[in-house]
Design a protein around this ligand. Sequence first.
Ligand SMILES: [Zn+2]
Length: 256
Amino acid sequence: MPLAGTPTRCLAASRLLRAAAKRCLPFQPSALPPRTAVLPSPCAERCASAAAARGAGVRTRCSTPSTTSPAVSSQQHQDYYTITTPLYYVNAAPHMGSAYPTIAADVAARFQRLLGKRVRFLTGTDEHGEKIATAAAGRGLSPQAHCDDIASQYTDLWGKLDIRFDRFVRTTEPRHAALVVDVLSRCWDKGDIYAADYEGWYCVDCEEFKDEKEMVALPGPDGKPTAQACGCPTHRKPCQHRKEANYFFRLSKYSK
Ligand SMILES: [Zn+2]
C-alpha cells in the first residue's frame, strides 16, 4: 500500500475534484436517484436467488431506499430486488460474453417480477479506459463518437433480445458524472483519498496492474519462453512497466 502523498499534492487533488464538481453541477441531492442500502437482515429467498445469479456470473444485492423509516415494515423491505450486469467496456461491439450475463440477469429479474418484487435491473456501458481511447483512434473517431456508436449497438442488441432492463447506465452521461463527484467529494471530505505514486506492470487490455508473481513468460522471436515473466496470463501480451501519479482510497483506515 503506497504511503500518503504530500499536502501540496493533496491540495491539487482537492482543486481537481472541486473543478470537476463545478463542471457537473448544478445538481441537487434530491435530483439524484434514491441511495440504496444493503439490508442488515438476511432474506432467505432473496439471498438464494442472489446466490443462483452469482453462479451465473451476475452480481446482485438486496437493497432498499435509505429514506425508509423504522415504521416501514420488513415486508416492504423485501419488495425490492436490484440486479446489475457488469457495465461493459465499449472498446468493441457486444458479443456472446456480453449477452450471457445480461440474459441471465434478465431471467432473474423476470422471475423476481413474477414474485411481485419491485425490480430494478441495471445494465450499461463503461466508457472510460485507455483501450477505448485506442479503439476510437483506430476508427478515426472522437472517443465520445466512438462510445455513442458502441453504446447504441448494445441497446439495439438488448432490444432484439427483449432484455427488459430498467436503466441503462453510461459512464459518460452527466447523471453518472454527478453521482461520481458526489461520492468522491464525500470520500475526500472524510480524508479517505490521498495522492501517491504507483509503479508496476500494466496490461492495457485488462486495464489493471498485475502482480509479478501472476505474470507469465511469453515466447520470444525464436519461439522459446523469454527469461523474464512479464506477460499478461489472460491476454498473452507483454505488460507495460509504468510509474504514475495516482489517487488512492485509504482502505487501511477501515481495516481492523
Ligand atoms: Zn491482460
